[in-house]
Design a protein around this ligand. Structure first.
Ligand code: NAP
Length: 299
């Protein structure tokens, strides 16, 4: 039976380290890390995410600012707000909650955030730094950074000699995750919807990362015995056993059967999920240290 990788516990230890780093920065340099979260429209799920980010920022001792803009906000107005936040020295991190309402174009908004304040790690400059192997001066996208921290907990920071397979090649997760694994010396295969015989490809993985968005797609016989399985998928499925109309969250991995074969596995929920917000806080404190001309902590 696999070791269950506890993302809640890992996230709590990142948050504790961020809180300590934030307090030291304020004491030594008089700088309080500032995080501005921008949300457009009324989507309840996005509001719930944003509220939990703002709450966590306060818990970390940050100056936490939330801008809630109406649904009909124009592209120009949104980019103007980002420009103001870019120019505000008390703000070290800017996060524009995605998805944006349909009439807005996310790409120019992401590119309008100063790369030094891009705590979501989505700006092309930050994506490019990971692609060129520079993990020291940019900001790394939060979910892959968090998933990588869980991998490091099992295997250490050097993955020499290990085969890693990432299923999914999105800019948000799959691509940066593959690059982080490569930077840590793993031999990386990036799989996607056009990959032939995915089960066989996966069965060679010492580290198998699934980020597809298909409930329980990865079966036990795809998993190499003893492998580390990182399940990034978050899928809401019907749960009639819990009552009529009830649902539950499942990952992209058939957890119960895969846990019989894997050496270590992340559950859903409680695995990669809690890491994303923790790494957002980590990126904000890193950005604040850099802005203050101090060596940023490593998480
Ligand atoms: N905080 C978190 O924990 C967090 C953060 C981000 C994402 N997620 C979750 O992670 C999952 C993936 O997110 P994403 O943003 O990366 O999704 P995405 O942009 O939809 O990308 C999905 C990827 O899966 C690949 N794919 C689709 N069907 C496949 C199949 N049958 N076999 C192999 N590959 C297949 C796609 O391949 P093609 O490129 O060929 O189409 C694509 O590269 C979602 O469940 C999402 O909710 C969680």
């Amino acid at each position: 039976m696999a070791v269950v990788i506890d993302g809640k516990e890992a996230a709590a230890s990142v948050i504790a380290a961020v809180t300590e780093a934030s307090a030291s920065l304020e004491k030594e340099a008089g700088v309080k890390p500032g995080l501005a979260v921008v949300i457009v429209g009324d989507d309840p799920a996005s509001h719930a995410y944003v509220n939990s980010k703002s709450k966590m920022a306060k818990q970390c001792g940050f100056n936490s600012i939330q801008h809630s803009l109406p649904e009909d906000t124009s592209q120009e107005k949104l980019e103007q707000l980002v420009a103001e936040l870019n120019a505000d020295p008390s703000i070290h991190g800017i996060l524009v909650q995605l998805p944006l309402p349909k009439h807005l174009n996310a790409e120019p908004v992401i590119l309008s955030v100063s790369p030094e304040k891009d705590v979501d790690g989505l700006h092309v400059v930050n994506a490019g730094k990971i692609a060129t192997g520079d993990l020291e001066t940019g900001l790394i996208s939060c979910t892959p950074a968090g998933a990588m921290l869980l991998v490091n907990r099992i295997h250490g920071r050097d993955l020499s000699g290990l085969n890693a397979v990432v299923i999914g090649r999105s800019n948000l997760f799959g691509k940066p995750m593959g690059l982080l694994l490569l930077a840590a010396n793993a031999t990386v295969t990036m799989a996607h919807s056009k990959t032939k015989d995915l089960a066989s490809v996966c069965s060679h993985a010492d580290i198998l990362v699934a980020a597809v968005g298909r409930p329980q797609m990865v079966k036990a016989d795809w998993v190499k015995p003893g492998a580390t399985v990182i399940d990034v998928g978050i899928n809401r499925v019907a749960a009639p056993d819990k009552g009529e109309g009830k649902t539950r969250l499942v990952g992209d991995v058939a957890y119960a059967e895969a846990a019989e074969v894997a050496g270590a596995i992340t559950p859903v929920p409680g695995g990669v999920g809690p890491m994303t917000i923790a790494m957002l806080m980590a990126n904000t404190v890193i950005a604040a240290y850099r802005r203050a001309g101090k060596t940023a902590p490593r998480f």
